[in-house]
Design a protein around this ligand. Sequence first.
Ligand SMILES: *[C@@H]1O[C@H](CO)[C@@H](O)[C@H](O)[C@H]1NC(C)=O
Ligand SMILES: *[C@@H]1O[C@H](CO)[C@@H](O)[C@H](O)[C@H]1NC(C)=O
Ligand SMILES: *[C@@H]1O[C@H](CO)[C@@H](O)[C@H](O)[C@H]1NC(C)=O
Ligand SMILES: *[C@@H]1O[C@H](CO)[C@@H](O)[C@H](O)[C@H]1NC(C)=O
Ligand SMILES: *[C@@H]1O[C@H](CO)[C@@H](O)[C@H](O)[C@H]1NC(C)=O
Ligand SMILES: *[C@@H]1O[C@H](CO)[C@@H](O)[C@H](O)[C@H]1NC(C)=O
Ligand SMILES: *[C@@H]1O[C@H](CO)[C@@H](O)[C@H](O)[C@H]1NC(C)=O
Ligand SMILES: *[C@@H]1O[C@H](CO)[C@@H](O)[C@H](O)[C@H]1NC(C)=O
Ligand SMILES: *[C@@H]1O[C@H](CO)[C@@H](O)[C@H](O)[C@H]1NC(C)=O
Ligand SMILES: CC(=O)N[C@H]1CO[C@H](CO)[C@@H](O)[C@@H]1O
Ligand SMILES: [Ca+2]
Ligand SMILES: [Ca+2]
Length: 587
Amino acid sequence: MRAVIAFCVAVLPLVIGITWNPPDNITDFSLYQIYPRSYKDSDGDGIGDLRGIIQRLDHLTESNVDAVWLSPIYRSPMVDFGYDISNFTEIDPIFGTLKDFEDLVKAAHDRNLSLILDFVPNHTSDQHEWFQKSLQGISPYDNYYVWHPGRMENGTRKPPNNWVSVMGGSAWEWRDERQAYYLHQFVKQEPDLNYSSPNVRREMEDVLRFWLDKGVDGFRIDAMKYLYEDQRFLDEPLSGLTDDPNSYDYTLKIYTTDQQQTYDILPTWRQILDKYKQPKYIFIEAYTNTSSTMKYYHYGADFPFNFDLITNLTRNSTAADIQHIVDSWFENMPEGGTPNWVLGNHDRSRLISRIGETRAGALIMCLLLLPGVSVTYYGEEIGMTDEYISWEDTQDPQGCLAGKANYQSKSRDPQRTPFQWNNSVSAGEFPTRYNFHTAETVFGPIAQLLRNKFSEKANFLLAETTNQIENGFSSNPHTWLPINKNYKTYNLAAEKKDKNSYYTLYEKLSNLKKSKHNRKWAKVVTKVLDEYVFAIARETSPKYGNVYAITNFGDKASKVDLSSVFDDVPRKLNVYYASTVSKVLPW
Ligand SMILES: *[C@@H]1O[C@H](CO)[C@@H](O)[C@H](O)[C@H]1NC(C)=O
Ligand SMILES: *[C@@H]1O[C@H](CO)[C@@H](O)[C@H](O)[C@H]1NC(C)=O
Ligand SMILES: *[C@@H]1O[C@H](CO)[C@@H](O)[C@H](O)[C@H]1NC(C)=O
Ligand SMILES: *[C@@H]1O[C@H](CO)[C@@H](O)[C@H](O)[C@H]1NC(C)=O
Ligand SMILES: *[C@@H]1O[C@H](CO)[C@@H](O)[C@H](O)[C@H]1NC(C)=O
Ligand SMILES: *[C@@H]1O[C@H](CO)[C@@H](O)[C@H](O)[C@H]1NC(C)=O
Ligand SMILES: *[C@@H]1O[C@H](CO)[C@@H](O)[C@H](O)[C@H]1NC(C)=O
Ligand SMILES: *[C@@H]1O[C@H](CO)[C@@H](O)[C@H](O)[C@H]1NC(C)=O
Ligand SMILES: *[C@@H]1O[C@H](CO)[C@@H](O)[C@H](O)[C@H]1NC(C)=O
Ligand SMILES: CC(=O)N[C@H]1CO[C@H](CO)[C@@H](O)[C@@H]1O
Ligand SMILES: [Ca+2]
Ligand SMILES: [Ca+2]
């Protein structure tokens, strides 16, 4: 790592200007997002699962994680990899069983890890029983979705209006069975629920209770801003950004996102959570403007995710840009709110691939040393990068729908590859290791699996297995997405042994976040030291001294003078952690 990352604990207390003063009861923890298909495969089908997560919970506690959020694990045809749910209270067999889930809750709680589920209220799968009944007009399911007869234009039936789906194309799909269009803000296999129906609201409340009764600690709510649509079904105004009526950018979303009723429903969910003895959390996903985002704080969310460090940071952002992004959250957040910081998720190019390795290290430092909740996307702690995925291997519907020529700009597969646990088993090692056993005993489980999956080709594939790489994710070389080719350098086992590795940086800083010191840190001050050097000071109690995090987002080493921006900087600082350029000179 080339960045100047010096972290200093001052010996003396000092008085500095207040930028933000956290409340005493601030929620300050580390949240980790697991994309279950890619975390750990326990049964050799090449897809991660719940038993796999149980096997690797220790990695989370070692990485100072406090809460785990699982992307959807419910019954699903997997058209949108689990965001298209056909039964909200069943576990998809790919991931395991309800018993596995109960074991996971217990195993997590035994380790003091909170378990957060993804709640996907906007839509169901078109395979959901409700939709199938709605199609047939069976009461009360007939009103569960947003149906509209459309409009007649010169004798031709047209969709009700110009609304566009997030994935592109009209948000309306005709069904002969109902002689009507249904609304889908995402793929057409994801019909939007009708939240004007009291039955729908009740059903979804039951879903929340079902999982709360199973012991989950809260929900991350998916795609919240799309929940309600304006019931007049008017055309949305054109944005002027594109002439293509099939592009999501074609219209301004005044009727399909951020509707007031979307906020009004949140307190009813909050009430349900608050009936439980243990604290329960609500985190909101809504990529929207600042005021609409902040509004969720007032309606019962612990916080809406802060995506500003993803959306507003580029490879050439300066220290002033970063300061602006950080400060603006503090300035706009209501009093008593919990700040939070997100650097990546399953929809966005991975941190390093997006902004480069130098800045990634510096940002991890900001992530873990700013107060509030840090959000880590699986693999971010070991510096995983996007992997090139060929058209043939492409899985993401957003990529597939874009076609061979354009899939690379749309597909989210590159940031969803399997976790890189180790650099296990290189070519040729397998046969030598297992030669002494009969194929049946050693390859028994694998052979059976391959036979099921590939029938008569089993022997051929069995031979192939022996020459394949493995990275500790799966015993099956045919993982659902290929493993990133850089797994030999970037893997947890190797990085644990390397004191200059990305994981070591992450581990040290997360230790600090979790330490008692952190609980005492109060005021936060952000400063720009030169064009690319950004500093965060945290004032602590006199007993613990002050803390300075100095990050260099530039490509060159930089010499900076802390006393030029902070008051009363002591002449001596203890360096807690520094990247390779680490000299702290007395002045
Ligand atoms: C913290 O306390 C304030 C004031 O009592 C309250 O408004 C706020 O909801 C509390 N926040 C949390 C996260 O408990
Ligand atoms: C969901 O699955 C559960 C358990 O299999 C079943 O009892 C329930 O009826 C299903 N719900 C729907 C709406 O299909
Ligand atoms: C979990 O937290 C409780 C209460 O804070 C504590 O007593 C216990 O030792 C913790 N257990 C582990 C495994 O950290
Ligand atoms: C309907 O047909 C008339 C005459 O052919 C044409 O002028 C008009 O533009 C059409 N309207 C629409 C909405 O297509
Ligand atoms: C939604 O449900 C309400 C209440 O059942 C019903 O009056 C309304 O027509 C439904 N809306 C649509 C668009 O189907
Ligand atoms: C943010 O979005 C809301 C809802 O679309 C809109 O009413 C508001 O004017 C927007 N605020 C800004 C500052 O653009
Ligand atoms: C900064 O980088 C972004 C892309 O990362 C680019 O669009 C923009 O033009 C760059 N700005 C400058 C001033 O170089
Ligand atoms: C992020 O960028 C958008 C679009 O340029 C801008 O409106 C917004 O104010 C920026 N937010 C922050 C926190 O910098
Ligand atoms: C890598 O992980 C796998 C699965 O846990 C394990 O079987 C293997 O021994 C590990 N390899 C190394 C070199 O640690
Ligand atoms: C970040 C995130 O979870 N995005 C999801 C939003 O909702 C759509 C539809 O449910 C998913 O496709 C995205 O992955
Ligand atoms: Ca599996
Ligand atoms: Ca909706």
